[in-house]
Design a protein around this ligand. Sequence first.
Ligand SMILES: [Mg+2]
Length: 267
Amino acid sequence: MEALQRCNESKYECLLFDMDDTLYPLSLGLNLACRKNIEEFMLEHLEIEEDHVPRLCLELYREHGTTMAGLKALGYEFDNDEFHAYVHGRLPYNNLKPDPVLRNLLLSMPQRKIIFTNADEAHASQVLTRLGLEDCFEGVICFETLNPPPVENVVDEDKDTAAEYIRPSTILCKPALEAMEAAIEIANADPKKTIFFDDSPRNIVSGKAAGLHTVIVGSSTLVAGADHALSSIHNFKEALPELWEGEGIEQFEPTVQPPPVETQVLA
Ligand SMILES: [Mg+2]
């Protein structure tokens, strides 16, 4: 029944892109540098024992979506902006070069295009600008979008404003299904007419659970929940020509394979 319904879809309207290691390759080294910075933050600022840092960093990433979210869940207190400035401030951004091929591909696609990243706004701006893609997207859904700072300047004696001072105890980020659903709502997208591109197998599983069409990027083989696999984002015109046609969508035939072990950490 679901397959029949999808066959009847006329076209895709929205493309939701992860950013890091999706719009540029993992091999550029930002991911590794970011993980090292996070580990240094845990050591220097949170005074976590050195021997425990690498394992804890990875475990929290796997369990909570980002290491940062995991640290907060464990009760560590630190300023979100200071954390982001520390882990992103010394990344090898010079490795990111303008990508006119990807830029032209994106600009030639008729669908709405939106970034959905767990990273903060400053990092997203740096990456998109360095890649020369800053004007290719309708919007950027990032850390601050899903985790806005508490409102502190509202004073209304007629209303109980106490709730507005309470900072959420948990951080909302991929791969939580709630984060996927929030992003879909913010993007004002119909998941049945939206394609989600991400390099993380677990985000693909979550995107599929939220009803999105899914493309695993940076992999030549399908993973669980993926409708399509792209070894590079540059290949998507060959793999998904229907994005330019608007009609007669090729029916994806999902093939379920076990997800690979994920070792990447990016805030
Ligand atoms: Mg990514």
